[in-house]
Design a protein around this ligand. Structure first.
Ligand SMILES: [Zn+2]
Length: 462
């Protein structure tokens, strides 16, 4: 049920190019053509999924409640949306200003766009803000959210969802049934490829709307320069940096024939709106990890409950909760307080265990097959976790008598500081079964024994 795009758009683009070459003799290369990836959902699904998540988001996020600002965003984005190649789909775009100083913006499928005040405040001019919004609109048109969900479903057993939600900037994962806005969180985990596509299409939209097409790259450069050596802005955790991000945007600007001399950069409206936003009262959001904000979970109980999956059983501390994943064979276990909401609707696992099965074939005793499937899983994790690093890799162990591999990764913990992720993998007829034990580095020693007990209790069905 792939949603096939007609040839119409390509023709329009070709026509535009012909015009450009006539008008701008220097324009030699053709603009990059980007099409949405394979998608099991219909554009109508995007709209209904996005709407549900947006309703939740509106309840959970501190909105600016500044009608003039929302009206300005809507007007600006409507102009951009008119130049957005949306494959003939009419998305019901809605725009909200969020009273959050973090430099970030996100678009839910179907066109529900949330822009933090921080992004408006960080933009030097209207073209930069337009660049951020054009990037978000491109995620909508390219249907990256449901494309991601499609890939997760294809992986059948949840690797995609796992890879998609395992942490963003923050670390652990949890899962769709924690609420539809959280499901929205799943829909917002973009790959670097998706990011690069949104950058390129966003740049084209800027150009076609008459803005300086370099504005998006300039915004990124500015963010990077200002945060050198400090925590990167949230924008980069929700929109992970592809390699050579700025260079790729510049290249596209080049293909478009460069910035037109009369390109729009700023407006009096933008400057007025920015002043209004700067004057809004600041809403303090509870920051995970802030002193006293999050109590550490109770220590793991020494009595155990049994969990039975279709292909294995295990025992876990009976004061931990089970979070089955609705989309496949995955399951997570976490203590009360081990799952945190990062304040923008993403649930993160800070303490606990995530289990999933990734698609992989091979003889369970074939070490090469095990090694390559394991690398694949770790790569997936790193793809959606920019700060994740391998600290130890590839050590052999046995799990219920089966050959397995053990690796340690470090990542940013949702409670602040670093976390340790112990990954254990075993190749089984159903695929690569992976166990990810997660705890903040500072508390890891208190959990090490529990994790080992859980893994020791694993019994695979024959
Ligand atoms: Zn993005």
């Amino acid at each position: 049920m792939a949603w096939a795009r007609g040839g119409h758009h390509a023709w329009v683009a070709g026509f535009l190019l012909a015009l450009c070459s006539l008008l701008v003799p220097g324009a030699s290369a053709q603009r990059t053509q980007i099409k949405p990836g394979w998608n099991r959902f219909s554009p109508q699904d995007d709209i209904s999924l996005g709407k549900r998540a947006a309703t939740d988001a509106e309840k959970q996020l501190p909105l600016c409640n500044a009608p003039k600002v929302d009206a300005y965003l809507t007007e600006l984005a409507t102009r951009l949306a008119q130049k957005l190649p949306a494959g003939g789909v009419q998305y019901p775009f809605e725009f909200h200003c969020v009273n959050d100083k973090a430099i970030n913006a996100f678009a839910l499928p179907g066109g529900y766009v949330f822009v933090n005040r921080g992004a408006i405040e960080a933009a030097d001019n209207e073209a930069q803000l337009a660049g951020v919004m054009a990037h978000e609109l491109s995620h909508v048109a390219l249907r990256h959210g449901t494309n991601q969900a499609t890939k997760a479903m294809l992986a059948e057993t949840g690797l995609g969802i796992f890879g998609a939600v395992f942490g963003d900037s923050a670390g652990g994962a949890l899962l769709t049934q924690l609420g539809s806005f959280t499901a929205g969180g799943v829909l917002l985990r973009y790959s670097r490829t998706a990011e690069s596509q949104a950058d390129v299409m966003g740049t084209q939209v800027l150009y076609d709307t008459g803005y300086d097409p370099r504005a998006l790259a300039q915004f990124f450069e500015k963010l990077e320069a200002e945060t050198k050596g400090k925590n990167p802005p949230e924008f980069f955790s929700d929109h992970p940096n592809p390699e050579h991000r700025v260079g790729r945007v510049d290249e596209e600007v080049e293909k478009l024939g460069g910035a037109p001399a009369n390109a729009r950069r700023d407006s009096a409206e933008f400057e007025a709106i920015k002043r209004e936003v700067l004057a809004l009262p600041v809403v303090k959001k509870p920051r995970p990890g802030a002193a006293g904000a999050v109590a550490a979970p109770a220590p793991p109980s020494r009595s155990f409950a049994e969990y039975q999956a279709s292909s294995y059983t295990l025992k876990y501390p009976d004061n931990w909760k089970k979070y089955p994943e609705s989309n496949g064979g995955g399951v997570s276990f976490a203590p009360e307080g081990g799952v945190l909401d990062d304040g923008s609707g993403h649930s993160n696992l800070a303490y606990g265990l995530i289990i999933g099965v990734a698609q992989a074939k091979g003889d369970p005793n074939d070490e090469n097959a095990l090694r390559s499937a394991t690398s694949q899983v770790i790569q997936e994790l790193q793809e959606s976790n920019p700060s994740m690093k391998i600290t130890r890799q590839g050590e052999r162990l046995r799990l219920n008598g089966q050959p397995g591999l053990s690796a340690y990764l470090s990542n940013v913990s949702p409670v602040g500081g670093q976390e340790t992720d112990w990954v254990v993998t075993v190749l089984r007829p159903e695929g690569l079964v992976y166990f990810v034990c997660v705890a903040p580095q500072s508390a890891y020693d208190n959990y090490d024994k529990t994790f080992s007990s859980i893994l020791d209790s694993v019994r695979f069905s024959k």
